[in-house]
Design a protein around this ligand. Structure first.
Ligand code: HSE
Length: 325
């Protein structure tokens, strides 16, 4: 197959929330909080990390973005060992907002664009699911909107749902980090048939509610028996939020991915937005947990690519000029 390589690309990739309560490892939603990656084929590898979110991330060839880009080249049968990479992100790390999935999708899409999109989006989704193991975050960052997906250890499949125009998302991001490994380690290895059926029925109903815009059904459907009851012990205040957020104006409430961020779905027309935000913050504060709240929307778009020209500013000048869109 012939293809043309391009000089330099800028990738914009959304954050994501996984599970949405009952859809453990299978339901995700892209959020309008973004990371940007500039990538160019070069004769010497340089990795520039911009902003406050990047502390501790390596800047040598062990960097995740560099390594994932090399996987794309390998899969496509080309050799470009040296890359110029710059990254800026508004997505907090290790908080349950899919920062690593965003990095993987950004690197896959950027490297693929550099070689003229030799791989399809579907192929990128397969690689990303193999790397992340959970297709919910990577699917949402890749395709945007709401994504229903599976990964069976060999292949991943997904369908995208258009988010309802009135859907808003309130997240409360605790100041502490929680690794996915730790949040998965507290879960039981086996579950009862009763709990399995509980989640099947609630997750199916939630997908139907989100597909049909039946926002009133979310409060009944967004309930989980597989992971949240166990993870609640890691996040003081979570149990109260799960039990009471709907009384304060949420359509539904869940742990975002593996946490510790808590997420409420909200009807944009609700008159209780301030009340809900105060309830989330106040409940966590009572437990001594400082949390930042953010009002977000589902991101309609997944990863997007711009081919950069000579006179386009570099990522650093864009960040410093406050002109990243
Ligand atoms: N579905 C995953 C979990 C999300 O809840 O552990 C984190 O990748």
């Amino acid at each position: 197959m012939s293809y043309q390589s391009v000089q330099k690309v800028r990738v914009k990739v959304p954050a994501s929330t996984a599970n949405l309560g009952p859809g453990f490892d299978s339901l995700g939603m892209a959020l309008n909080l973004y990371a940007w990656i500039d990538m160019a084929i070069s004769d010497q590898t340089t990795i520039q990390l911009l902003g406050d979110q990047m502390n501790g991330i390596p800047t040598d060839k062990t960097n995740l973005i560099y390594k994932v880009a090399q996987m794309v080249f390998q899969e496509a049968g080309v050799v470009y060992p040296e890359l110029e990479i710059a990254m800026y992100s508004d997505i907090p790390l290790t908080r349950g907002l899919g920062s690593s999935a965003s990095a993987i999708i950004g690197a896959l899409a950027g490297a693929n664009a550099l070689i003229g999109n030799k791989l399809t989006s579907y192929e990128l989704f397969q690689i990303a699911s193999r790397l992340e193991k959970h297709p919910d975050n990577v699917g949402a960052s890749l395709y945007g909107g709401i994504v229903v997906a599976f990964w069976d250890g060999e292949r991943a499949e997904s369908i995208r749902i258009e988010p309802d125009v009135n859907l808003e998302v309130l997240v409360a991001i605790p100041a502490f980090q929680l690794s996915t490994e730790k949040a998965r380690a507290v879960m039981p290895k086996q579950v009862s048939m009763k709990d399995a059926v509980y989640n099947l029925s609630h997750s199916s109903l939630l997908v139907a509610a989100l597909s049909t815009g039946n926002l009133g059904m979310i409060r009944h459907a967004m309930k989980d028996a597989l992971h949240q009851p166990y993870r609640a012990e890691l996040i003081p205040g979570m149990k109260t939020l799960l039990e009471q957020a709907e009384d304060h104006g949420a359509l539904g409430v869940a742990l975002s991915g593996a946490g510790p961020t808590m997420l409420a779905l909200v009807d944009a027309r609700s008159g209780q937005k301030d009340e809900l935000e105060a309830f989330l913050k106040g409940t966590l504060a009572k437990e001594g947990i400082e949390a930042e709240t953010l009002w977000l929307k589902p991101s309609q778009e997944g990863v997007t690519i711009t081919l950069l020209q000579e006179n386009d500013g570099d990522l650093q000048s864009r960040v410093e000029g406050g002109v990243l869109v």
